[in-house]
Structures are given as C-alpha cells and as structure tokens.
Design a protein around this ligand. Structure first.
Ligand SMILES: C[S@@+](CC[C@H](N)C(=O)[O-])C[C@H]1O[C@@H](n2cnc3c(N)ncnc32)[C@H](O)[C@@H]1O
Length: 271
C-alpha cells in the first residue's frame, strides 16, 4: 500500500495538526454531510479518514443505528483513529486499512464522503469513479476540499502572516499532486461520468487572540519545512520557527488585522 504520494506524512506532530484543523473544519463538513442527506441510521463510508475526525462527526449524525466505515492506507493514522473512537464510545464506527483503489465492500453505502483527499490524488477522476461504485443507487457522494491557492492575506497587511502563507503555498504547490483540485471538483465529477455536483464554498476568517488560525498556519509550515528545504528554501532564514504561533498572533492583533485562511470548497451529488 504505497504512501509515497501523500505529501504531508504521518508524524505525531502532523496527526496532532490534523486534529486541530478538524475542529475548524467541522461546521463546514457538517453542512456538507447534512446537504448530502446524512440522517439517523445511514451507512457511511469515509475515504482517507486520517485520524478519524470526519468518521466521528458522521457517527454522531447517523447515531447508534447507523454505520460508519473509515478507510485509510496508513496503518499509523488508523491506530490513532481507533483509539479516539473507542474513547468516544462510538461503536457504530469501524476502520479498514486499505487504499480506496483496493477497497471493496459487500454492500454499497448510502453516503460516501472524503475530506482533503482528492487534492492528494495523482488520478482524482479514477478515485471518483471508484468511490461512485461504492454508493448505492440513489445514495450520495460528497467531498470537502481545500483551495490551496487561496491560503493568504491579512487586512491591513501583516508581513509575517503573508510571508508565512506564501511559504506554505510554495511548498504545497510543489508537493501536492492535485493542488488545484478544489477548483476542479465540477470538472472531476463530470469527467468521471457523474452528475455535476452541488457546490458551496466557505472561507476561514479570524483576527481575535483566540483564533485557531495562528496555530494552524505555524503547524502547517513546520510540517512543510522538509519540503521547502528540499527546494533549497530555508524557512528558518526568513522566519524564526520558534514561537511562530505567538508572533503571528501578536503581529495580527497589533495591526488589528483580519486574516483569512484557505477557502473550503464542498461538492456533493446524488447518484
Ligand atoms: C489530509 S489527510 C485528511 C484526513 C481526514 N479526512 C481529515 O479530514 O481529517 C488525507 C488522508 O487520506 C489518506 N489517503 C490519501 N490517498 C488515499 C488513498 N488513495 N486511499 C486511502 N487513503 C488515502 C492519507 O493517508 C491521509 O491519512
């Protein structure tokens, strides 16, 4: 089960970053799941479930009568997901160590979902076709993706914020196989022979002292540091990495700035 095409890796710091990120994304993913018809008793498949956040959200929405299966090709991250699910006593969830490409199920699902997975696919259309085979007729397929090119901007301008977002964007652009996949969801669905999806987009915005955006950006730059170094860009020469989160917070608050995180694009279609 090759994991070489997954740019962000699965270090414990990266797994922690995924969990923090999930708290910010939860309301947007919940809107997507509700739009796609999630309800009590529904059978859900979560593609590329990572540390299990989307699976756990889905499990709460389907309740004890529903079923959620999370699949991921990383055993490491599944161990974390299993532990968290047991702690939360969500017995309706199970996890399978499998790539989407090789996964098969005895019975199709009412809803197949994926968050932040299509951007990581060298062949997103093939993955969509495979995902569609796992949905029952009349069921739905739903994806929540990040618009990586939009990770930017502070108003008024805070140089440290914009410089950090620029470095993150450069690293992602050079390492994520379907970097602009969030902007191509409609095209990907059409190319896979699926109905054109319903689309919506939400943007993360903040500026208060307790905004999670500072930590999220600082952690992402830390994760991507090795990629930048491979490109001979040394973030530590431009930005001191130690205490970056609090320096971002201080700079933004001092400027009374409003900062934007990456736009979130969601797509779903009934099959
Ligand atoms: C950015 S993480 C997102 C995790 C989770 N969906 C979330 O939103 O918190 C992407 C996950 O998808 C998994 N993944 C990527 N491509 C996959 C594939 N083709 N089959 C199975 N898992 C895959 C990776 O191992 C990784 O855990």
């Amino acid at each position: 089960m090759g994991e070489t095409t997954y740019a962000l890796g699965h270090s414990s710091a990266e797994i922690e970053r995924l969990k923090n990120q999930a708290a910010m994304l939860r309301p947007i993913t919940e809107r997507l799941l509700r739009s796609a018809g999630i309800d009590a008793g529904v059978r859900v498949l979560d593609l590329g479930c990572g540390a299990g956040d989307v699976s756990m959200l889905a499990a709460e929405l389907v309740g004890p009568a529903g079923i959620v299966v999370g699949i991921d090709r990383s055993q490491e991250v599944l161990n974390v997901a299993r532990k968290r699910t047991q702690e939360a006593r969500l017995r309706q969830i199970s996890f399978v160590h499998a790539s989407v490409e090789e996964f098969s199920a005895g019975e199709p699902f009412d809803l197949v979902i994926g968050r932040y997975i299509l951007v990581h696919q060298p062949e997103p259309v093939a993955l969509l076709r495979k995902a569609a085979h796992l949905v029952r007729p009349g069921g739905a397929l739903a994806f929540h993706e990040v618009r990586m090119g939009s990770i930017t901007k502070s108003f008024p301008y805070v140089p440290l914020w914009d410089l950090t977002t620029d470095l993150v964007r450069i690293a992602l652009q050079s390492s994520v196989p379907n970097y602009d996949g969030a902007d191509r969801l409609g095209g990907h669905f059409s190319e896979a022979g699926l109905p054109y999806p319903h689309l919506f987009c939400e943007e993360l915005v903040g500026g208060s002292a307790d905004s999670p955006l500072y930590g999220s950006l600082a952690e992402l730059l830390q994760t991507l540091k090795p990629q930048l170094e491979r490109m001979r860009i040394m973030p530590a020469e431009t930005i001191a990495m130690d205490g970056l989160e609090s320096r971002l917070r201080d700079a933004v608050i001092k400027a009374r700035s409003q900062i934007y995180g990456p736009a979130q694009v969601c797509a779903w279609a009934r099959l």
